[in-house]
Design a protein around this ligand. Sequence first.
Ligand code: 6PG
Length: 246
Amino acid sequence: MTAPNIRVLPTADAMIAEAADRIIQAASESVDLFDRFSLFLSGGSTPKPLYELLASEDFSDVIPWNKVEVFFADERCVPPDHPDSNFRMIAETLLTKVPLSRDNIYRMKGEIDPNAAAREYGVMLKEKFSETGPDFMLLGMGSDGHTASLFPHSEALGEKKHRCVAQFVENSTTGKSWRITLTAPFINSARDVLVLVAGEEKAKPLQQVLEGPPDPDRLPLQLIQPENGRMAYLIDVAAAGMNEAD
Ligand code: 6PG
């Protein structure tokens, strides 16, 4: 386990451009090594412009999409066409815009029983990642310190055995709701974890995550520490608690 690499970018746009470059680099490295690239994506508002950028003309043919498999870090338990669905947002902004085979998109089924969906996803992950861990995890952080759907004081934080679980969350970003989420041990088996954090409202929790005493029950992002992989944070100046002039 090594200390995370932390980079502060002057604007949210610069943060997104840097994230796109890192995904392109990681994809090329993985394709050279393993002839495939497993990319785990998160929902939320922060990565949306990144997905749009990756789908834009300048970027869409830089990534070898025929070698990419897309997975999800978490899902809200709603049908795939629901406004809250992470799959819907990511499909609309990226997956339907690039030459990615449908067979290479592994979504969490938000429309079925949450525990059954989590079990099904976990079985699939166990089969696919029995020998090598996932290549790349893109994560965000909520202003309560959650990441994926690992919310403060929730049961999933203590999960050691399963790769994916479902839980009912009282105070999620979408209110009281069921979520499906990767667990910390599975996320920590990735080769690369990249966390994007933007906006002033994230400055205080981010500082507590990075510099405060360990309190992962309150700040679940602290659980994310890849065992053998690399971890990086890309932060805009607002989330770093700085002004652009600093
Ligand atoms: C989700 C996400 C979640 C997200 C954070 C940050 O489904 O809500 O995967 O973990 O990354 O809530 O979201 P924002 O970028 O919208 O602040």
